[in-house]
Design a protein around this ligand. Structure first.
Ligand code: FAD
Length: 408
C-alpha cells in the first residue's frame, strides 16, 4: 500500500498551497470582516460579491487552477478523486476559497451532473458557463413539508405537458440561492409515482428567472446567512420549462443523485479536514501565546491531551477519507457505499469536536467573529445534516454489513 500522492497531485497541491499562501491567507481575516460588513442581513437581493475575491478568481484561472475537481483532462485537470482530495483539504482551511478555484459546492456537484448525464445542449447552455465561473447554480432537493432525509418522500411534482414540463412545489435549504450570479437550479421532484421507489423522481434544469418561481427567504444557519451564498427557500407554481431540460430522462433522479454525491462527499470531507487542521493550528497558537495561572493555557488541565486527541482524530479521518476516494477511483461509487457513508458520519463529527475544543481554548474570543471558529462550528454542525443526516448513513453502513451475513 502506497500512502504518497501521485506526482501530479503533489504538483497541483504545491501550486494551490503557493496560491493560498500568496493570495488568500494574508487577506483571510479582513475578507471575512468585510463580507460581513457588505452583507449585514439576510436581505439577499442586496448581497454583494467581494471585488478582491472576484479578482482572485481571474488570477487562479490564469494560473491554470480552475475546475481542479473535474476528472476530465480538457474541461478539468484530469485529477482522480484521490488526487483532488488533498487540494480540497487545502481549500477547506478558508471557507470562501473553494469558489476562487471554481471548486465550491453545490456548483461542483451540479457540474458533475451535467458532465456525466447532461445532453450536449444542456452542457452548452449550463455546463460551459458554470465551468467558466460566469454563473452559479443550486441543488433543490430538500422540501419544508416532508422529511427529506428519506429522499423518496419528495413531493414537489414534475409533469409532462406536451413539449414542456410543469413544476409545482416547495424547496428549502437550497445552498447558493442568494448568490448574485445564481441562475439555475437542478430541481428534483416526483414525476413517475407509478414506478418503483427509486425510479419515481427526476431531475430538471430550471432557470431561476422562470415565471412562477418565488424566492421566499434565506434561512440562517446558527444565525449566519452565509452571504453571499445563502440557503434559500423557493416556491414553484406552475413553472414551465422545455422537456429538453429533463436530465437523462424521467425517473432517473436517484440514479443521477448517487453518481453526484459520491465524489461530492469526498470533497466535503476533505474540506472539513482542512477546516479541522486550521482549528487545531489556531488552538495551539492561542494556547501557547496566552498565560493563565502562571502557565501557557496549553499546559493547563487536560489541554495537552486535547491537542493529541485532535491530531489523532484528524489523521484517522483523513486516512478513512482517502481510502474512500481511492475506492471510488478503483471500483466506482456503487461499490464504495460503505466507505462513502462512513466518512460522511465520521468526518463532520470529528470536525465538530475539534472546533469545539479550539473554541474552548480561545475563551470568549472563540465565539466572536474575530476568529473563523464560530463559522466553522456552524459549518461542522450543518455537515451532519446536509447530504443526509448521520443516521441515514449509519443505516447504509449497517445494511451493507448485515447483507454479508444474511446472504450467506
Ligand atoms: C447548511 C445546510 C445546507 C444544505 N444544503 C442543501 C442543498 O443545497 N440542497 C438541498 O436539497 N438540501 C440541502 N440541505 C438540506 C439537508 O440535506 C437536509 O436538511 C437533510 O437531508 C435532512 O432532511 P430534513 O431536514 O427534512 O430532516 P428530516 O428528514 O425531517 O430528519 C430529521 C431527523 O430525523 C432523524 N432521522 C432521519 N432518518 C433517520 C433514520 N433512518 N434513522 C434514525 N433517525 C433518522 C435524523 O436525526 C434527522 O436529522 C442543507 C442543509 C443544511 C443544514
Amino acid at each position: 500500500m502506497h500512502f504518497e500522492h501521485s506526482q501530479k497531485a503533489q504538483d497541483y497541491l504545491a501550486r494551490v498551497k503557493a496560491f493560498m499562501k500568496e493570495n488568500v491567507y494574508p487577506i483571510e481575516e479582513r475578507i471575512y470582516a468585510e463580507l460581513e460588513e457588505m452583507n449585514p442581513t439576510g436581505d439577499w437581493k442586496n448581497w454583494k460579491l467581494h471585488p478582491e475575491l472576484e479578482a482572485l478568481k481571474v488570477k487562479a484561472r490564469e494560473q491554470g487552477l480552475a475546475n481542479l475537481f473535474l476528472p476530465d483532462d480538457e474541461l478539468g485537470k484530469g485529477l482522480s478523486c484521490l488526487e483532488y482530495a488533498p487540494l480540497a483539504e487545502e481549500m477547506g482551511r478558508v471557507p470562501f476559497s473553494p469558489e476562487i478555484f471554481n471548486c465550491n459546492a453545490p456548483d461542483t456537484g451540479n457540474m458533475e451532473v451535467l458532465y456525466h448525464f447532461g445532453s450536449e445542449q444542456q452542457k452548452a447552455k449550463w455546463l460551459t458557463p458554470l465551468l467558466n465561473g460566469e454563473i452559479r447554480s443550486v441543488f433543490g432537493m430538500t422540501e419544508p413539508d416532508v422529511a427529506s432525509s428519506d429522499a423518496t418522500n419528495m413531493a414537489a411534482t414534475i409533469e409532462l405537458d406536451g413539449d414542456e414540463v410543469v413544476i409545482n412545489g416547495k424547496k428549502w435549504w437550497s445552498t447558493g440561492l442568494g448568490h448574485p450570479n445564481a441562475k439555475v437550479t437542478v430541481f428534483m421532484g416526483l414525476s413517475n409515482p407509478e414506478n418503483d421507489r427509486h425510479s419515481q423522481h427526476s431531475m430538471v434544469l430550471v432557470p431561476l428567472d422562470t415565471p412562477g418561481i418565488e424566492i421566499k427567504r434565506m434561512l440562517s444557519a446558527y444565525g449566519d446567512f452565509d452571504a453571499p451564498y445563502g440557503h434559500g427557500e423557493m416556491h414553484f407554481t406552475n413553472v414551465r420549462v422545455p422537456k429538453e431540460n429533463i436530465v437523462m430522462g424521467l425517473g432517473k433522479g436517484f440514479a443521477i443523485a448517487q453518481g453526484r454525491l459520491g465524489p461530492g462527499r469526498i470533497h466535503h470531507c476533505m474540506r472539513a479536514i482542512g477546516m479541522a487542521e486550521k482549528a487545531l493550528e489556531l488552538a495551539i497558537k492561542r494556547g501557547l501565546s496566552r498565560t493563565a495561572f502562571g502557565k501557557p493555557i496549553i499546559k493547563l488541565g487536560g489541554n495537552q491531551e486535547r491537542i493529541a486527541n485532535a491530531r489523532m482524530a484528524i489523521d484517522q479521518a483523513r486516512l478513512l477519507t482517502l481510502n474512500a476516494a481511492w475506492k471510488i477511483d478503483a471500483v466506482g461509487v456503487k461499490n464504495a457505499m460503505t466507505e462513502i457513508s462512513a466518512i460522511k458520519v465520521v468526518v463532520p463529527k470529528m470536525l465538530t469536536e475539534v472546533v469545539d475544543m479550539a473554541i474552548q481554548l480561545h475563551g470568549g474570543a472563540g465565539m466572536s467573529s474575530d476568529f473563523p471558529l464560530a463559522r466553522f462550528a456552524a459549518g461542522a454542525r450543518s455537515l451532519r445534516l446536509a447530504d443526509g443526516p448521520d443516521e441515514v448513513h449509519q443505516g447504509m453502513v449497517t445494511r451493507l454489513e448485515l447483507k454479508k451475513y444474511v446472504s450467506r
